[in-house]
Design a protein around this ligand. Structure first.
Ligand code: 5GP
Ligand code: ZN
Length: 139
């Protein structure tokens, strides 16, 4: 069901204009309105889901295949790029502003200013404890 208050549902429905570049039965790709670099694209399921965890696996699979295809087209047609980041902000604290699942495809240049996350270190046997907990959860 489309969510009437959802910006991306309105884009999917064509009620709000977007620079659409590609679509399949279940997925559309359009340019981000405030790109890190030109060609920055959002890959969006047509069916509303808030984030990755409430989306259908089949739709997630279709999204990643579309993401690959669009990423290839960006790199092949804009020679200033030979790298890109995929980003999926899952949840508000993770930077998700629009609560409708989307991959960002962010083509990169050396001096575009986009920063990677800072890394911490595991202390003592913390990594092993975390590993065990997750391994058990995933059995
Ligand atoms: P988020 O922070 O939720 O991962 O990313 C949302 C993205 O949607 C942002 O990069 C923002 O620039 C983009 N965005 C917000 N409003 C619009 C809009 O009306 N049209 C398009 N094409 N992109 C939008
Ligand atoms: Zn939506």
């Amino acid at each position: 069901m489309p969510n009437n208050d959802c910006l991306f549902c309105q884009i999917v429905a064509g009620e709000i204009p977007s620079n659409k570049i590609y679509e399949t039965d279940n997925v559309i790709a359009f340019l981000d309105i405030n790109p890190v670099n030109p060609g920055h694209t959002l890959v969006v399921p047509k069916k509303h889901s808030e984030n990755m965890l409430d989306a259908d696996d089949a739709v997630l699979q279709e999204m990643i295949v579309v993401t690959k295809k669009v990423s290839q087209a960006i790199l092949e047609n804009f020679t200033e790029y030979n790298a890109f980041n995929l980003e999926l902000n899952n949840g508000q604290i993770a930077g998700q502003v629009i609560p409708h699942l989307h991959w960002h495809i962010i083509p990169r240049t050396e001096d575009d200013g986009l920063k990677h996350w800072p890394g911490k270190s595991y202390q003592g046997d913390e990594a092993r404890i975390v590993q065990e907990k997750l391994k058990n959860a995933l059995k």
